[in-house]
Write a protein that binds this ligand. Structure first.
Ligand code: GLA
Length: 726
């Protein structure tokens, strides 16, 4: 993959020299106008250009003067500073004790240390502030990363109230927004706003990424679909408070902003200090939303995740939570471990309840010592048994929290985040520890590291189970520093234990973002193991996250969260399209279901490299089908999941067209799941094309263009197609 990046110095008609900076990949080009002395701006972000000099683009962008508008063209900039005169909400608001708020950032220097990145430095002598924009375009993923750093060049402190990681102009035709919201146990629900005007604003002050305000937004045209059309997507890689906004100004222009949401006075910079925003990730596509997601998936795997497990087959988990909750006993867990290994699990994760007085969620949190009441012999026998069965041993921690009823809190009641004089809002009977205090982070590191070493722990499920209200440390709002302290603790643990893998969990999916994925290897997407809800949750998450990081478990027959009863076939098929795990009491399952589960685990193992390393595609949604698939990079193989999520209103089921296959190849098509007959009535295409037997060969073209008849299947069932090029 090649990239061509240039900085051109050109002459304009009025003989002013201007700098245009191009960051370019094979698919995408970002052209910035950054002229010394002028405010920098995005001139172009679109498909890579071959014959269009930037001066032409500039001329083509000349603004129409209209009655009532400024006599000069007030251009937008990378910060749309408050005092610059740009219409609409500013991207930067700061002041020095209520003065010096009229910052304007003209370019003073441009640095190109690498061909795919640029640093633009802007100094405002007037307010004595400096803005440094770091922008790069990844040539492999085509994803842009951007941050803004603000330095206080004065002697007295400045307070930053708002600093967007960048102000990104949205193309005029991107009139529709796709946003992501949800709640506990139903994360990543999509919300569409057609023809948006004014402001679309989401603010998250939960102290974590949140269930309800995922910092991701997609802007698309009226007609963009999964397979075609233009779209631009944005994500803030940050696990703390945030603000996401898209504004269409009265003049019709629109801008995207994402950044941290601060408590009053939280971001104060002393003279010489610098604040850097979290990273904004941006991708665009002219080939539908699938291409956009593929860009993000590639980026996560090449630039966000740690490389040490990049091509490691993701092991099948067995997690104890929904099997035993707080009811731990060594003998029972050993039995479960045996059963888990017998169905093919490769990692055993001991969830909440193994430590201190943690026999329920009201006590013991923070006391990271193995409970002698439930484990009189420590965790040695259980962890050794797990390894003897051929599995890794993993364990649950919730490091940032403490129950008031705990030895830790009794010893250090001042270790928590609290605003003086304000009562804590009770949430799951727990308080948040102040990780910005060195002694707190050091204590947690010591405890966690000791457990990891003693029991040869391969994996930590890192939980965080409450929103944080009025978090103050020494009186000051502190989520920015607390979030960085969490990252630092994760980093330190991984450095001390280089093979240790970490899962990010926060009551399910409340801490899923690219920021935490720099330190974690897997995400627990949702506490709902209801496969039907999971179909929607996983589809929503797939716009940003690849399947290899999306934890998905086979839950109990009757879902503990929704009460819905679902077949093993459906539950297992849903978990295969993610990082598969099991989270149910295997000792209560029927032999038939265990056998079905064993087959599903085999299918996952056989196809996991394809599922995790191929190109992911979604088929356009219908009211009763969720179809997704993964096509190998060389298009020689593909696997598609077709979940029937509801009944259809016509007597015959529909026909659907696959995506991502090679038009010019022939593929042998088979149904590999379920393994027994599922078609409600026969004959159907299943028999006609012998899909459960030897299969039939079709051209990629027929599968893509003409489409496939769906067999009549029950709602809440799922079939998996496999295609192999012949
Ligand atoms: C959270 C997690 C669950 C489980 C419990 C344990 O809710 O999301 O998966 O670990 O905590 O208390």
């Amino acid at each position: 993959m090649s990239s061509r990046n240039t900085t051109t110095r050109i002459k304009t008609n009025d003989a002013v020299s201007e700098d245009f900076i191009s960051l370019k990949s094979e698919e995408t080009e970002l052209i910035l106008e950054a002229r010394i002395g002028a405010r920098p701006q995005v001139l172009y972000w679109g498909p890579a250009l071959s014959h269009s000099p930037p001066e032409e683009l500039k001329l083509l962008s000349v603004r129409q003067w209209v009655h009532g508008s400024a006599a000069i063209d007030v251009s937008p900039s990378l910060s749309n500073e408050l005092a610059a005169g740009v219409s609409g909400p500013p991207g930067f608001i700061a002041h020095r004790s209520s003065t010096d708020w009229a910052a304007i950032f003209p370019v003073t220097e441009i640095k190109r240390s690498a061909s795919d990145s640029v640093e633009i430095i802007c100094v405002d002598e007037n307010t004595r502030m400096r803005a440094l924009y770091r922008i790069s375009l990844n040539p492999e993923s085509h994803v842009i990363e951007a941050t803004t750093s603000i330095t206080n060049l004065g002697d007295t402190p400045i307070t930053i109230d708002w600093c967007s990681a960048l102000c990104v102009p949205l193309e005029r035709r991107l009139t529709r927004l796709m946003a992501f919201t949800g709640r506990w146990a139903l994360e990543f629900q999509r919300q569409e706003i057609p023809n948006f005007r004014g402001s679309y604003l989401r603010e998250n002050k939960s102290g974590r990424t949140s269930h309800d305000n995922f910092p991701g937004l997609i802007a698309l045209t009226e007609f963009t679909s999964e397979k075609s059309g233009t779209a631009a997507a944005f994500h803030l890689g940050w696990s703390g408070n945030n603000r996401v906004r898209a504004d269409r100004h009265s003049d019709g222009r629109a801008f995207l902003q994402m950044g941290e949401l601060f408590y009053p006075g939280e971001m104060e910079l002393a003279g010489g200090d610098t604040y850097t925003t979290p990273t904004l990730y941006a991708a665009r596509s002219d080939h539908g939303l699938n291409r956009l997601s593929q860009h993000f998936h590639t980026h996560v795997n090449t630039s966000v995740l740690d490389t040490r497990i990049r091509h490691k087959p993701r092991p099948v988990h067995y997690n104890t939570w929904e099997a035993v909750y707080f009811d731990h006993s060594e003998a029972h867990l050993m039995e479960l471990a045996e059963k888990a290994a017998s169905v093919g699990a490769e990692r055993f994760v001991l969830d909440d309840g193994w430590f201190g007085a943690r026999r329920n969620d009201r006590a013991g949190l923070g006391d990271w010592w193995v409970s002698p009441d439930v484990y009189p012999n420590g965790l040695g026998p259980l962890s050794q048994k797990v390894r003897a069965l051929g599995m890794d041993f993993g364990i649950w921690f919730e490091p940032e929290m403490v129950n008031p009823d705990s030895d830790l809190y009794r010893a250090h009641p001042n270790w928590i985040l609290e605003a003086r004089g304000v009562e804590q809002v009770p949430v799951r009977d727990q308080y948040t520890l102040d990780l910005t205090r060195r002694e707190v982070s050091e204590h947690l590191f010591e405890r966690m590291s000791a457990i990891v070493s003693e029991y040869d722990v391969a994996y930590i499920k890192w939980d965080m189970n409450r929103e944080i209200h009025h978090p103050a440390s020494a009186g000051r709002g502190v989520i920015h520093r607390q979030t960085n302290a969490v990252y630092a603790l994760m980093r330190k643990l991984r450095e001390a234990h280089p093979d240790l893998e970490i899962e990010t969990c926060s009551s399910g999916g409340a801490r899923t973002d690219f920021g935490v994925l720099k330190y974690a290897d897997r995400m627990w997407l949702s506490d709902s193991n209801d496969a039907l809800d999971r179909q929607h949750i996983q589809r929503g998450a797939s716009y940003f996250f690849p399947l290899n990081v999306s934890g998905s478990h086979v839950g109990p027959r009757v879902c503990h969260v929704t009460g819905r009863t679902l077949s093993m076939e459906f539950r297992a098929a849903t978990a295969i399209f993610g990082h598969m795990g099991l989270e149910l009491n295997l000792l209560e399952e029927s032999e038939d279901d265990l056998e079905t589960l064993r087959c599903a685990v085999d299918i996952y193992k056989k196809h996991r490299m394809l599922i995790h390393e191929g190109d992911f595609v979604r088929l356009d949604e219908s009211e009763y089908l969720n179809m997704i698939g993964v096509v190998a990079k060389d298009k020689r193989e593909a696997i598609f999941s077709c979940a029937k999520t509801a009944g259809h209103s016509t007597t015959l089921p529909g026909r659907f067209r696959f995506a991502g296959l090679d038009l010019h190849r022939k593929y042998e098509a088979r149904i590999i799941w379920p393994t027994t007959s599922f078609s409600v009535t026969a004959p159907s295409i299943v028999e006609a094309a012998d899909l459960m037997g030897n299969g039939t060969t079709f051209s990629g073209e027929a599968l893509l263009v003409h489409g496939f008849q769906l067999p009549l299947m029950y709602p809440e069932s799922c079939i998996i197609y496999h295609f192999k090029a012949v």
